[in-house]
Design a protein around this ligand. Structure first.
Ligand code: CP3
Length: 349
C-alpha cells in the first residue's frame, strides 16, 4: 500500500499533506442519516453491513486519505456486558455507574470473541477500500482509559467530571484499577481491529484536557502508555488525541504514539515546539470554521498546511475536534482538495 497518511505519521517524506476528519462518518451526511433511520447507534455499530457502508460514505463523498472505522468508544463496554445506551443529542449513558470496588469486580474483561462482528466489519471495509480506494488507509480506534472511565464513573456525559476527579484523588487505588481494566479493554478493541486489517489507530482521550498536567502525569498517563505499549508489536502508525490539551502536549508526546493530535486552540507552530523532535502532528482546523465563507476558510486551511510543512516531523491535516452535525456536507471535500492543492504546490509535486 502506498499511503500518504502512513508516511506522514511516520514523518517520512510525502508528495502532499494527507487529510481526514474526526467524526467524518456521521450526522453531517444525509446518506448517513438515511441509513441510520430507525436503528439505534449501538445496534448500528454492531451491524457489519451498516458499519462498512457508513465508514465508506465519507471516503466516497470527500475524497479523504483515510477512513475512520465507524464505531464508538463505549462499544467495548457494551460488548463486555455493561448496560449502556447512546442517547441522541446527549451521548453515552451508563445504567449502573462504577463507583466502588464491588462495581469494578462486576466489570468483565473484553474477549475478542465478544467482538467478532467488529473483525467482520473491518474485513468488509478493507475489501472495498482495496478494490476501489487502494490509497485510502483504514484507521481503527478506541477511547483512552481516562475518557472511558469518566463515562463509567459519572454514569454519562459530564460538564466538570467531579465524581471522576473525586475518586482519582480520594481513592487513587480504585481509580487506577478501573483505568487499568479499561486500558486492557481498549487495547483488545484496537488489537482486534488491527488484526482484521486496520492500518493505523487513534486513541481518543477527549476529556484529558480537564486535568492539570501534574494530575495527568500521575494518574492517567501510565494507563494510556500501557495501551500503546501493548499494541507496539503491530507495525502501524498510532495517533493520540485530546481536546483542550495545549498544556498537556509535552506529556502526551511521551505516551508512545507516532502522532500527537492538536486541538484548534493551539497554534500549530507552538504545538510543534511542545512535542518530541521529529514527532508528527495532526490537526487542527476549528470545526466551526467549516461554516465560514470560503474566502475566509480557504486561507485558514492554507495557513495550517504551511505550518504543518514547516514542522520538523510529519503532518496529517484534520480538524481540531469532530465535524459538527450541521456542517454543509459539500465543505469537507473542498477542504480536502485545498489541502492537496496547496501542499502539492509547495512540495513541487
Ligand atoms: O467518524 C468518526 O469519527 C468515527 C466514528 C466515531 C463515533 N464516535 C461515532 C458516533 C468515533 C471515533 C467516536 C468516538 C467518540 N465517542 C468519542 C471520542 C471522540 C470525540 O468526539 O471526542 C467520544 C467522547 C464518544 C462518545 C459519544 N458518542 C458522544 C459524546 C456522542 C454524541 C452524542 C450526540 O448525539 O451528540 C456519541 C454518539 C456518536 N458517536 C455519534 C456518532 C456518529 C452520533 C450518533 C447519532 O448519529 O445519533
Amino acid at each position: 500500500m502506498h499511503n500518504t497518511l502512513v508516511s506522514a505519521a511516520r514523518s517520512e517524506s510525502v508528495s502532499r499533506t494527507p487529510v481526514w476528519f474526526m467524526r467524518q462518518a456521521g450526522r453531517s451526511l444525509p446518506e448517513y442519516r438515511e441509513l441510520r433511520a430507525g436503528t439505534s447507534m449501538l445496534e448500528s455499530c454492531r451491524t457489519p453491513d451498516l458499519v462498512s457502508e457508513i465508514t465508506l460514505q465519507p471516503v466516497r463523498r470527500h475524497g479523504v486519505d483515510a477512513a475512520i472505522f465507524f464505531s464508538d468508544i463505549v462499544v467495548p463496554l457494551e460488548a463486555a456486558g455493561v448496560a449502556v445506551e447512546i442517547v441522541p443529542g446527549t451521548g453515552p449513558v451508563i445504567e449502573h455507574p462504577v463507583r466502588t470496588r464491588a462495581d469494578l469486580e462486576r466489570l468483565e474483561d473484553l474477549t475478542p470473541d465478544a467482538i467478532a462482528d467488529i473483525a467482520e466489519s473491518i474485513g468488509r471495509v478493507r475489501a472495498e477500500l482495496d478494490a476501489k480506494h487502494p490509497d485510502t488507509a483504514l484507521i481503527g480506534f478506541a477511547g483512552a482509559p481516562f475518557t472511558v472511565a469518566s463515562y463509567l464513573i459519572e454514569g454519562g456525559p459530564s460538564r466538570n467530571h467531579e465524581k471522576t476527579k473525586a475518586m482519582m484523588l480520594g481513592d487513587p487505588e480504585l481509580f487506577s484499577a478501573i483505568l487499568e481494566k479499561l486500558g486492557r479493554m481498549s487495547a483488545t478493541f484496537i488489537d482486534v481491529q488491527l488484526t482484521a486489517g486496520a492500518q493505523a489507530f487513534q486513541l481518543f482521550d477527549s476529556w484529558a484536557g480537564y486535568l492539570s498536567a501534574a494530575d495527568y502525569r500521575r494518574f492517567v498517563l501510565p494507563h494510556s502508555a500501557a495501551v500503546f505499549s501493548s499494541l507496539s508489536h503491530h507495525d502501524v502508525p498510532s495517533f493520540h488525541f485530546g481536546v483542550q490539551t495545549g498544556e498537556l502536549l509535552p506529556d502526551m508526546a511521551t505516551v508512545g504514539s507516532d502522532v500527537v493530535g492538536v486541538d484548534f486552540r493551539v497554534d500549530l507552530a507552538d504545538a510543534s515546539r511542545r512535542v518530541r523532535p521529529g514527532q508528527a502532528l495532526q490537526g487542527n482546523l476549528d470545526p466551526a470554521m467549516l461554516f465560514a465563507p470560503w474566502d475566509v476558510l480557504r486561507p485558514r486551511v492554507e495557513e495550517i498546511v504551511r505550518a504543518g510543512l514547516t514542522h520538523d516531523g510529519g503532518h496529517v491535516f484534520n480538524l481540531g475536534h469532530g465535524v459538527l452535525p450541521d456542517t454543509d456536507p459539500a465543505v469537507p471535500g473542498l477542504v480536502v482538495e485545498e489541502v492537496h492543492r496547496v501542499s502539492s504546490e509547495i512540495l513541487g509535486s
